[in-house]
Structure formats: C-alpha cells, structure tokens
Design a protein around this ligand. Structure first.
Ligand SMILES: [Fe+2]
Ligand SMILES: [Fe+2]
Length: 170
C-alpha cells in the first residue's frame, strides 16, 4: 500500500507528464505552422512518449491500491522564437522533470517504499536519455546556423527519426 504522501506525489507526476505531452504537442503545432513537417512529426512522437510516462505512473498507482486523481493541466506556451528555441525549451523542461523525478525518488527513500524506488529507476534512466537527446539536437541546430538548405535536410532527417533513436545509435 502506498502512503498518502506518496500517492499525492505520484499523482502530481502524472499531471506533470501530461503537461509534458501538452507542451510538446504545442511545439509540434508550431513546427507544422512554420513549415517544418519533419520536426513536427518528431515532436508529436515526443508528445505521445510523455503520455506513456504518465500512464506508467497511473497504472502503478492503481496496482498499488492508490487512487488516481487527475488534476488540471496548465496551458503551455504556443509561440516559439525558432526551431532552436524549441530544443532549448525542451532541454530546460527535461531538466526540470529530472529534478521532479529525483524529488520523488527522495520521498520513496524517506518512506522506505522499495517498490516505488525500483519503479522510479526506469524514469531516472529515461531522464538521462531525454537530456542527452535534447542537448544533441541543440548542437545540431547550432551547426545549421542560417543555412536554409541545411535546415531543410535536418527537418527531413528528423521526420524519419523516432525519439531516442538518435542517442541509441551513438
Ligand atoms: Fe516524461
Ligand atoms: Fe521527457
């Protein structure tokens, strides 16, 4: 049985993962509006990946006899300065999420909740990948600079890339 404190913290994380889904969907919409269909497809995949994170926690709460209480999701930004700004915002957001996951793990340690510690290990590893991926995309953006032809090729490449694939290949 999960403690009340743990259930509350896990429900907060469900909300935060759903916010990530929403945030990345907003980025995907901006990309499509700004003639970057490949990047839009990539961000849409990132968005649905965040939903699977939320659902992992959702099912975990239920499996442990807790109650899922869905919360309001904040409105994400809808305007971004550039494609590079999107990846910079993504990295900033992933760092914030890493902090949240670490806080959750800290609580599970405090509560001597061993099952939750094991479950959260997946998320801790995932965050390492998420930050690495965003960092690499920012680097690639910097290499493109003002070259429209390079941006065109980059967009095409991203359109045929699944999230995580970039980093997995390295
Ligand atoms: Fe996530
Ligand atoms: Fe993420």
């Amino acid at each position: 049985m999960l403690s009340e404190k743990m259930v509350k913290a896990l429900n907060d994380q469900v909300r935060d993962e759903l916010y990530s889904e929403y945030y990345y969907l907003a980025m995907s919409a901006w990309c499509e509006e700004n003639d970057l269909p490949g990047m839009a497809a990539f961000m849409a995949l990132k968005s649905s990946e965040e939903r699977t994170h939320a659902m992992k926690l959702y099912h975990y709460i239920l499996d442990r006899g807790g109650r899922v209480v869905l919360q309001a999701i904040a409105q994400p930004p809808s305007d971004f300065k550039s494609h590079c700004h999107i990846f910079e915002s993504m990295l900033e957001h992933e760092k914030l999420v890493t902090g949240l996951i670490h806080n959750l793990y800290g609580l599970a340690l405090e509560e001597k909740d061993y099952a939750t510690q094991v479950m959260l290990q997946w998320f801790i590893e995932e965050q390492v990948e998420e930050e690495k991926e965003a960092t690499e995309l920012i680097q690639q953006c910097k290499m493109i600079g003002d070259s429209e032809s390079a941006l065109f090729l980059f967009d095409q490449k991203l359109g045929s890339t699944s999230p995580g694939e970039e980093t997995a290949a390295n």
